[in-house]
Structures are given as structure tokens and as C-alpha cells.
Design a protein around this ligand. Structure first.
Ligand SMILES: [Zn+2]
Length: 455
């Protein structure tokens, strides 16, 4: 098996201190060593790739995304109540055809590839797109099939089996997995959620659900009032309205488990953070979508203090505001910058952990993803940097430039997708044969070296 040695002026493994003049040794799809270039000299026949004045770090993990809504950027104004936005979204979706969703999915994937994400939990509202979509992206994917049955006459077993039946047959790609995503408590029945849980436990699949995202959802469960309560037909309203918070209701019904990745959690009743912590749930926060909806401040300190694993996601571009006069992009660095810019924000070091190590824990990949260590999967990225190690975390959470190196499962994305390229029309981006930028050429000079023997 060939050996690749990546050298960088700074290596940030996340789970251990930064390494000046560091190297990461890769064999096949795995990292076999991480250390300083002095302690780990190159070996016989190894290929050395010197990334120069860069930070080399684990690829980012986006724990909540909707690729199929990427081309809805700018089409839906932020509006309150939240139910008005949902209505507008339902109307917009009804006017789209399958090929629009397919090109939107592909464009979203390219945006993440070009901006440092290597793993993504994507909510799939059209699972029939996946046989082709999976083949077209190198991203490490957890495709979670969206389930909604509040108005369905189908038995819950059928809702789940219909979604699963559209997955690619006999796929062998180790970077593609699937899970289940009962959309939200108010759009799914108790029976569907319980069957999902059983199915997920049996197959060790990830489950993810939007929970306590809006004031309207909180009011529905906690107070049996509000716009969502009024919007739902009396026959569709949950029987437990007015008795629990959304998190409390899910806890009472046994839905909270370590298999569940909870999206949002913007409104918590007293003790909800302990319920989530006891169950071992992870929570994913989407800072720019949160700002778009102008939700209550995300109660991250309460969740963090209770020991809940906190992660980051992009949500969809249907609920992301433009960047000045530029259209928004799916970009986890932009999410980190949004979070870092808020009052009472977590420290940059913590924000980086949310986007890497904590994300790996949320998808049950601790030790395999989200950190650079021996035995981990070779998912890495690099960004240009010539400053001191002490300022690197702050630099990274505000980074808005081009990711200059990206590797998934030991395979280099050649050349790395640039952010500009990800915004170009989709028909020009189907191959990896784009000309590298001059910057890419400078940093990607590879040299064959002979092993001099261990130091
Ligand atoms: Zn979402």
C-alpha cells in the first residue's frame, strides 16, 4: 500500500495540541501517524506533499443540511410566524420538479466540497435522487430519509419502507450511509417515531429530527396555543398539547436516545437540557439559519453545562440570508464565523470542536473522524496560514478564504473545489478536471523521497 506524507507548517489534530512543522502519514484510507516532521521522517518510497504555510486539520463535519433546497436561496423571505414560512416552503416545493431538486442537491454538495466539509448529515426529502446523487459526490454522507406522516393514510411501516426502498441497491461505497429523519414532532405520529427508533436501533442507523426549533412549536406543546396550534387541524394536533415542552414530550415517550441527533433546540423548558444529557442526545445548531429566523438566542451554555454534545450544521440555503450582495453558500466556516461573532459566543477552540470532534461523536464516529490521530479515517483539509499557533483557532473560526487541500477517505479532491467554482452553473462542474489555481499549483508540488531510516 502506498504511503503519503502530508507536511504542513501547522497541524491541528483537535484532540491534542497543535504541532509546528507537523506531518500526517496516510496509508490507503487511514491515518497511520501524526507528529512533528523531525520525529516522523519520510520513509522509503513514500510520497511527500508539502502544504507549506498552511494549517492542516480534520475535515469539517456538517451535522444538518438539506442539499435539495440549495437553489431555493433567496426565494423565501424570512417571516413570522414560523408557520407562514412553512406554508411558503410547501408552496415552493410543490412547484419544483424532480430535476430541479436533483441539480439543487448536486450544487449543494459541491459547495460543501469546496469549503472544507468532508462529512455531512443530509436530510433527504427525495430519496429517489440518491442512486445518482451518491455517485456524483466524494463527500462522506449520512443520508437521513425524511419521514412526514401527519396527513398520511399509509401505515407508519409503509411510510418507512417506501423511503428505504428508494435507496441505492447493493452500494459498496464506504463513504455513503443512510439514516432516518422523522421531520419534527408536530409533523409525525408517535407510532412513526417509535417504529423509526426500533428500525434505527436494529440497523444501528442514525436518527435526526427537528425539535423545538420555533416559538410556535414550543407554544403548541407547552401551552396548547400559538400559530402552529391554530394551523394544525384539530385531528392532527398532538394529544399531549399543553402538557410538556417538545423535548419533555419526546423524553416521556422514550424517543430521546444516543442514536438521536436533535436539530435546533432553540427553546428549552426547565430541565430539558438534563433530559437531553441523560439520554446521550447530541444537538446541532445552525447559526445562520437561526439568525435568518431571528429565533430566541440558542441556549448553548445551558446545554453545554448539562454535558450535551453540541455540533454545527448549515441547514439549507432556503433559510440562509445573502452575504452582503452575494448569494449565500453552504459553508461550515461561515457558520463558525456567525457563531463566533455573537454575544456570549463559545471560545474559538470550542467552536472548532463543535465542527469536528463533537460532530464525530454525534454520528458515532469518535476516533474515526473529527480528529487527526493514528487509526482515524483520512479526511483532512488545509487552509493557508503563516501566523503563530496561538492565534490559529481564532483565525480558523473567521476563515473566509479558499480551502487549498481536501482529502476524503484517503483520496485527494484534485484540485480542491474552490468556493467560486461551487457557484458556477452546475453543468460546468461535473468533472474533477478543473484547472488548478496558481495557488493550488504552488502548494501541491509533490516530491518523491527516499526513506532515510527512523531518527
Ligand atoms: Zn433542517
Amino acid at each position: 500500500m502506498s504511503t503519503l506524507i502530508l507536511r504542513s507548517r501547522l497541524v491541528i489534530p483537535i484532540s491534542r495540541p497543535p504541532i509546528d512543522n507537523g506531518v500526517v502519514v496516510i496509508e490507503g484510507s487511514r491515518i497511520t501517524a501524526v507528529g512533528s516532521s523531525v520525529a516522523l521522517p519520510p520513509g522509503d518510497g513514500a510520497t511527500v506533499r508539502d502544504l507549506g504555510e498552511s494549517i492542516l486539520l480534520p475535515g469539517l463535519i456538517n451535522c444538518h443540511c438539506h442539499f435539495d433546497y440549495t437553489d431555493m436561496a433567496g426565494l423565501l423571505p424570512s417571516q413570522k410566524p414560523f408557520t407562514d414560512w412553512i406554508r411558503a416552503m410547501i408552496a415552493l416545493k410543490a412547484n419544483w420538479n424532480e430535476s430541479q431538486f436533483a441539480s439543487s442537491w448536486a450544487r449543494g454538495a459541491r459547495m460543501l466540497e469546496g469549503s472544507g466539509t468532508t462529512s455531512v448529515v443530509n436530510i433527504e426529502s427525495l430519496p429517489q435522487l440518491l442512486p445518482d446523487a451518491w455517485k456524483a459526490t466524494p463527500l462522506r454522507l449520512w443520508s437521513c430519509l425524511e419521514l412526514i406522516n401527519i396527513h398520511s393514510t399509509l401505515p407508519p411501516e409503509k411510510v418507512i419502507s417506501t423511503a428505504i426502498s428508494q435507496l441505492p441497491d447493493d452500494h459498496q461505497d464506504p463513504t455513503k450511509r443512510w439514516g432516518l429523519s422523522p421531520h419534527a414532532p408536530y409533523s409525525t405520529t408517535e407510532a412513526l417515531r417509535q417504529l423509526t427508533l426500533q428500525r434505527a436501533e436494529k440497523g444501528q442507523h442514525l436518527i435526526t429530527t427537528h425539535v423545538a426549533e420555533s416559538d410556535e412549536e414550543f407554544d403548541l406543546y407547552e401551552n396548547a396555543s400559538g400559530a402552529l396550534f391554530d394551523w394544525l387541524h384539530p385531528h392532527s394536533r398532538p394529544a399531549c398539547c399543553g402538557t410538556h415542552s417538545p423535548v419533555g414530550m419526546l423524553d416521556e415517550t422514550g424517543y430521546l436516545t444516543s442514536r438521536l441527533l436533535v436539530a435546533h433546540c432553540n427553546r428549552l423548558a426547565t430541565g430539558d437540557e438534563d433530559r437531553l444529557s441523560r439520554a446521550g442526545c447530541s444537538v446541532v445548531h445552525c447559526p445562520r439559519s437561526h439568525a435568518y429566523f431571528d429565533h430566541h438566542p440558542f441556549p448553548w451554555q445551558r446545554l453545554d453545562k448539562a454535558g450535551v454534545n453540541l455540533t454545527l450544521g448549515t441547514d439549507s440555503l432556503a433559510s440562509t440570508s445573502p452575504e452582503g450582495n452575494r448569494p449565500p453558500r453552504l459553508d461550515l466556516f461561515a457558520e463558525m464565523a456567525q457563531l463566533a461573532g455573537q454575544k456570549n459566543a463559545p471560545e474559538p477552540k470550542e467552536i472548532l470542536r463543535w465542527a469536528t470532534l463533537n460532530g464525530a461523536k454525534a454520528i458515532h464516529q469518535t476516533g474515526r473522524l473529527g480528529e487527526l490521530r493514528e487509526g482515524a479515517l483520512a479526511d483532512l483539509i488545509a487552509v493557508p496560514y503563516s501566523g503563530p499557533a496561538t492565534q490559529a483557532d481564532d483565525y480558523l473560526v473567521h476563515f473566509q478564504d479558499t480551502v487549498t487541500f481536501s482529502m476524503i477517505n484517503g483520496k485527494t479532491l484534485t484540485p480542491p473545489r474552490s468556493r467560486a467554482a461551487s457557484l458556477a452553473p452546475s453543468q460546468n462542474l461535473e468533472s474533477n478536471g478543473e484547472e488548478p489555481s496558481s495557488q493550488d499549483r504552488v502548494i501541491s508540488q509533490e516530491t518523491r523521497v527516499r526513506r532515510e531510516g527512523p531518527a
